[in-house]
Design a protein around this ligand. Sequence first.
Ligand code: ZN
Ligand code: ZN
Length: 362
Amino acid sequence: MTWPVTATGAVPKTMQAVVYRGANDLRVETLPVPRIGPADLLVRVAACGVCPTDIKKIQHGTVSPPRVFGHETAGVIVRVGARVRGFGLGDRVALHHHVPCRQCHACRHRAYAQCATYKRTGITAGYEPAGGGYAQYVRVRSFVLPGVVKIPLRNTLLEGAMLEPVNTALKAVRRLTVQRGDCVLVAGQGPIGLMFTGLLALAGVRVLATDLMNARLECARHWGATQVVRADDPRGAERIERWTRGRGLDAAVLAVPSDELVQQALAWVRGAGQVLLFAHTRRGSCAQVDLAQVCVDEKDLIGSYSSDVTLQEEVARLVFQRRLDVRSLITHRFPLEQTAEAVRLAAHPTPSSLKVVVEQFP
Ligand SMILES: [Zn+2]
Ligand SMILES: [Zn+2]
């Protein structure tokens, strides 16, 4: 089946969906195609990236079943609510499942990820809304339409599916106060770490990239890292010292959830430098911190989580004009029925795997 067929309105009554039924339990089931309201869209899913935050929920069973996960989604609009303006049947779109209200106290402070509206997931394939990208069709609720972006014809739907993760990385980069020529460590060169390396390199920042896999360090060079160091290099600290000419790092981005690394990074950044946590999403993980590093040395320990819809246009430009060419990140594509395998691979990366995507049609 190709998209023009369904774009003409021939939407079936039922669809295949991968339903989370408990920890490590994903099942292919038949669900009704979601009904939409007058201000919503129905999108036939073409591609959906496998995201580490979903992997965590699936593996540890941290949320109640049943749900249909998947939120790095691109597809084709097959139904348009009567009140929707600006979108039409057949439009190829990238979706955005969290959009803030832009009016509440949190939003006035630009703390969008803390907004109550933002925390509501606006895209569903049925059950408790959880993104729904591992299904054939999703309902896109009216309140997340401001995040929906049309994909230019020259770009692939796969590129569209990468907007959401790139957005999260750019949001985090914006929290850094670094300047051109500054020295920043990016720890972890998985798909997200490589996006950080690429975005920082585009901003003229010098990146020292670390990882345990040599293949990923090779990729990091390709993405603009000026220096690569194995994460288990016993002389790592010395090499950072030499690379920064004794001044220390201006910032460190931790795209791996290592607690030990938090302490190390705090030691490696200069006075008034920043350590940004991006992968510490599990509650309860603790690290000893010398608080005088924060008070006396004025080092910032900060975090960033999820996306910022106000960056969406800029993200779309970066990706679609290929200044940040994400195509090489996608190394593995699985059909919908093999979503469980896709999740397994993404959870246990190999030297040849980066971004894993569930793809239903090109
Ligand atoms: Zn994600
Ligand atoms: Zn708000």
